[in-house]
Structure formats: C-alpha cells, structure tokens
Design a protein around this ligand. Structure first.
Ligand code: SF4
Length: 582
C-alpha cells in the first residue's frame, strides 16, 4: 500500500468556538445536571447525518439540479454542503459551511460546468463548535480522479485506518469517509468495479455512496442497506439521478425508478445503466445477512413526502398514531402534535381515538433546529425559541401530545411544562416510537447511553421526569405494522439492541470517533468527521455498558486504546473551490 498522495478536496475549517455563554440560573442548571447532560450534543432526538445526491444528464445544467437536489435533502444535514461536477475534461468542486442556499448562488453554480455531478449535505454536532469536513471528497481509481459523497458510518473505521497508517497512508481528516477514499486510492491497480467490491470487503457499517468518475455516475449501498438510496430517471429522458430520499427527485424533474438493493452498485454512463452486486462476505460473522434499513427513517429522519420500501413516510407516521391510539387510549379533549415530525402521528392518533386534532404548538420555522445551540442551557432556551403554545387551544383542556421520540427527555419535559403553563388541565404524552435505549453506530447522532432517558428507566420513571399525567410508547409490533414490512427487514437496534452489524470493541464512545480531542485540534475541539465521527466523546461508555450481550466484539477494553492521538486536523476557513483536470 503506497503513501497517499491524493489531496482530500474538502477542506476542514477549524474555527474557534463561537458560542456565547448565557447566564445560568442556579435552579435551571441543576435541573439538567439531574440527568448528567454533559454531552455537547443538542436536541432531544437522533439527528440524521448527511444527504447524498448524484446526477448524470448530458446536455443539462447539472450543478443547478444538484443544488435543488441537496436543497430538498437539507433536513439530512445543515452544517456544510458541496457539489462536484465533471465535464469530461475537468472536475470542479465547491464546498462550504452552512445551508445549501447560503453556500451557492448563481455565480458559484455557473462556475461548476458539466453534465455529471455528485453533491452532499452534512450534519455535524454543534457541540463540536469548530471544524467541519465538507464533502464531496476526491479519491483515485483506475478511471482517474473520482468524487465521493457518503451517508452513514463505518464501524470498523478505526482499525482500518490504523492498519493503513501503519502502511504509510497519510490521512488529512478524521472522517470515516476518507477511509473509503484512501482505500480506493490503494486499489487503483484494479478495474473500478473490482476496486469497489474489494473496498466493500474491507469496510463494515452503514454507507450509501454516490460517486463519479469523469464520465460515469455510481451509486452504492452497503450490504445491509442501512441508509436509504434511490434511483430516479429524468422525466425528459435526459438522464438519471441518485438521491438519499425520493423527495429530491421531483424537484429536479426526475421520477422514481427504484431503491438500490443492499449491496448493489449501479453504474450510469452514456452506455447505459448497469448493476453489480456485492456478495463477498456472505459468510461474514460480523454482520447479519439480512436487509436492515434504519426504521428510524420512518419515524423521524426522512421527509414525510418521501417513499421508503414503497411506503409513504407520512402515511406510515399517521398509521403509527392510529395504532398508538388503539394501544394506549386516554380520555381527553384535544390531540396535538409536536411539530413537525410529531404531526402525522398526532393526526393518526386523533383519527384512531375520535378525539379532535388541533394545532397546539406553533413552530418558528426560521429557527432551524435546537441543536444549533452549543450547550445544555442554550438548548433549553432553543426549545422555547422554537415552539410556542397556543393558549386558546390548550387552556382548560385534557391534552394528548404526540411526539415521535424521546431521546434525552429534556425537550419533552419542557414541552409538557409549556403546555401546562398554557392552562392545560392534563397532559398525556404518546410517543410514536418504542423507548430509545441504545446508541446508534450507523450514522445517526444520538447521545451517550447514560444520557438516553429510557436507558435503565421504566416508563413510569420517565413519565415522572417529564411531568406528564400519562405516558405511552408505541409497541414494536405496532411500529412494524405501521411501516408495513417484516420486523427482520429493519435495523431497530436503538430500540431492541439487536445490531445487524457487529460493533467492534474499539468504538468505545457515544458514537464513532476517529480522533480524540487532542487529535483533532486544540481547545477541546472534537474529531472532524463527515459522517458521524465528528463528535465530542465523553469517554464514559465502555462497550460492555453500551451494547447488549453479544452485540460487540469481545475485544480489549482499555479506554482510548486505539485512539488516533496526534492525527492531523486540517485548518481552513471560507469556501473551498477547486477545478482539476481529470
Ligand atoms: S440503531 Fe436506530 S437510528 Fe441507528 S440505524 Fe438502527 S434503527 Fe436507525
């Protein structure tokens, strides 16, 4: 394996922490200490990490289409975004921090000529109040330079990276995505198809990839199909697209063709569309040989107008509410939902129970998400900035509040309190997911297990913490009925601890971390990672604490044993724009 000479295109911009501190009221601070909420991750829900998009459309201004593609996928990542295009002779790339429509304008899109593009938007924790790793990034192949965009998380990233570093490969980021890129660099002697299959045999985890050579667009899904990826066809016949979700198809003038199968690689160029399937590790013992689409995509992550496994996400959420009404009825006067993702289930609960549905919480649509706040107190404030109770609807009423999930419990507690302060007589919480008990290692930013409110607590204890009059979660059986496919076809690990891909022993933290604080910049900065490795680690969860029996490799348990201390962090500020010959 040779030393990596391929520059990583996407710059990492380590910046100084920008969060302003707020005065802390004693009482409020202690309230949060109650649950040891010391993790920097904001929000009270798992957060999706990354959306990917690709387009092959000869004769079409693909940069503009790619812009609208990732604009439609903005909910999957708001930290950074990028578009790479190829005109057959040159590849151009533009990446920057921020929302898609903050990064791109007419001038920038005009500087991205070509008929082939891949694009990416990325979520990263705001707690890591510096850094980023925007994508797409470059890699090499027998076909020359390629651009890569990734959604998901590799679970064996650390061991693969250490092995490669021992062989002399130099990494410029702490992204697990770069492991894919550098692995491909090392396989340039193989035909592209062979290199991709070999790369898949070396990595484990969740990965939906969109890539391009100078003339070919490629979509690839991991053997378990954890993260979604679909294929669309341009309605005018000009070409094809790949997208994380179907909601990105219509806006670019494409129609849905199908989802990529787990383990499928699809090549699209002027010669047509060709599929290849990965079967290389059918006997592998470190993952289940089954499809395992993330069931949380249905509950919260995906946009309601997307289709997954042939099921409309809004319809599935509404059905969850209907089934929850039957499973956990309560006498009440009004049903409200927590905007936005709790609304379809609330409508379903109202339909299933016969209790009128009303809007009881109004969302400030200009506050993106509460996780923009960097610390716990600001998160709490963020809830109030984001949601306002409608007193006219709530006063004197027995209220059913439907929410899609409770992760830490802090936001939900605040919502219950707000509704009571608005004059509600009773507040009954209904949750359209089962209790969230296990951390996700496959591309979703959750929390340390100790911070998951359902970890080690009964439903009654959670109800007491939230201050609701009653609390009920949907059962797994009802959830599965709502999504309309057999339970064994999904990853449900955050609810039942059945991880379809074994989590190696070197993942010792709350999420995948390829570098520790020291490794990724000074001042307590955190590892930069395009797909979930960009997290502060609290270093508190040993594997034994985090995983159910048998789910993890029985490896050594020494804390930080394989950390990448001293790994380089890239520093750069401002947008990155690059044009290279291919
Ligand atoms: S652990 Fe949960 S959030 Fe993560 S992929 Fe599985 S179902 Fe989705």
């Amino acid at each position: 394996m040779s030393r990596c000479s391929s520059p990583c295109a996407a710059p990492c911009r380590n910046s100084s922490p920008s969060s302003a501190s707020l005065p802390v009221a004693d009482g409020e601070a202690s309230e949060f200490q109650e649950l040891e909420l010391d993790n920097v991750h904001a929000g009270d829900r798992p957060q999706e990490e990354c959306g990917v998009f690709g387009i092959f459309a000869p004769g079409v201004d693909v940069a503009r289409r790619a812009f609208f593609g990732i604009f439609a996928l903005q909910h999957r990542g708001q930290e950074s975004a990028g578009i790479a295009v190829s005109d057959g002779s040159n590849m151009s790339l533009h990446t920057d921090m921020g929302l898609v429509n903050q990064i791109f304008n007419e001038e920038i899109l005009s500087s991205l000529p070509g008929d082939l593009a891949v694009a990416h938007n990325r979520y990263s924790t705001t707690g890591s109040s510096e850094l980023c790793n925007a994508q797409p990034i470059w890699m090499q192949s027998s076909e020359g330079r390629m651009a890569l965009a990734h959604n998901g998380n590799l679970v064996n990233a650390l061991s693969v990276r250490l092995e490669m570093e021992a062989a002399g490969v130099v990494f410029e980021t702490s992204m697990d995505t770069e492991i894919i890129a550098r692995t491909m660099d090392a396989l340039v002697h193989l035909r592209l198809e062979e290199a991709l299959l070999e790369m898949m045999s070396r990595i484990r985890g969740a990965y939906s990839l969109v890539m391009m050579t100078r003339d070919t667009l490629i979509g690839l899904r991991d053997p378990n199909g954890v993260r979604p990826l679909c294929l669309g066809r341009m309605i005018d016949g000009s070409g094809y697209v790949f997208a994380s979700e179907t909601c990105a198809l219509t806006v670019v003038g494409a129609e849905f063709v199908r989802e990529l199968e787990p383990g499928e690689i699809v090549f699209i160029n002027r010669e047509g569309v060709e599929s290849v399937f990965y079967h290389g590790d059918a006997e592998a013992e470190d993952r289940d040989e089954r499809p395992a689409l993330c069931i949380f995509e249905f509950i919260y992550l995906a946009r309601p107008d997307s289709q997954l496994r042939g099921r409309n996400v809004h319809g599935a959420r509404r059905k969850m509410g209907e089934l929850l009404a039957r499973q956990a009825p309560v006498e009440a006067d009004v049903v409200i939902g927590v905007p936005d993702s709790g609304l379809p289930a609330a409508i379903g609960y109202a339909a299933g129970s016969g209790i009128p549905y009303q809007e009881g919480l109004i969302k400030n649509r200009y506050i993106a998400r509460t996780f923009i706040q960097p610390d716990q107190l600001q998160r709490e404030l963020g809830v109030r900035l984001k949601l306002t109770p409608l007193n006219e609807v709530l006063e004197g009423q027995r209220v059913v509040v439907v929410e899609d999930s409770i992760v830490r419990g802090t936001t939900t507690k605040r919502i219950v309190q707000m509704i009571r302060e608005a004059g509600a007589k009773e507040v009954h919480l209904r949750i359209s997911s089962p209790p969230y008990k296990w951390p996700c290692f496959y591309g979703i930013d959750t929390a340390a297990r100790k911070d998951l409110i359902a970890y080690g607590r009964s439903v009654e204890e959670i109800r007491q913490y939230n201050g609701a009059d009653s609390l009920a979660y949907i059962s797994m059986d009802n959830l599965v009925e709502a999504v309309g496919h057999p339970k064994q076809e999904f990853c449900r690990a955050c609810f039942d601890g059945e991880y379809p891909i074994r989590v190696p022993h070197d993942i010792k933290y709350t999420k995948l971390v390829l570098g520790d604080d020291e490794a990724n910049g000074a001042n307590g900065s955190h590892g930069a990672n395009g797909n979930g490795s960009n997290h502060a680690h609290t270093g508190v969860d040993s594997l034994a604490e985090m995983l159910p029996n048998g789910a993890g490799d029985p490896g050594p348990e020494s804390e930080g044993e394989n950390s990448l201390e001293g790994a380089p962090g890239r520093e750069e500020s401002g947008a990155h724009h690059e044009v290279v010959a291919v």
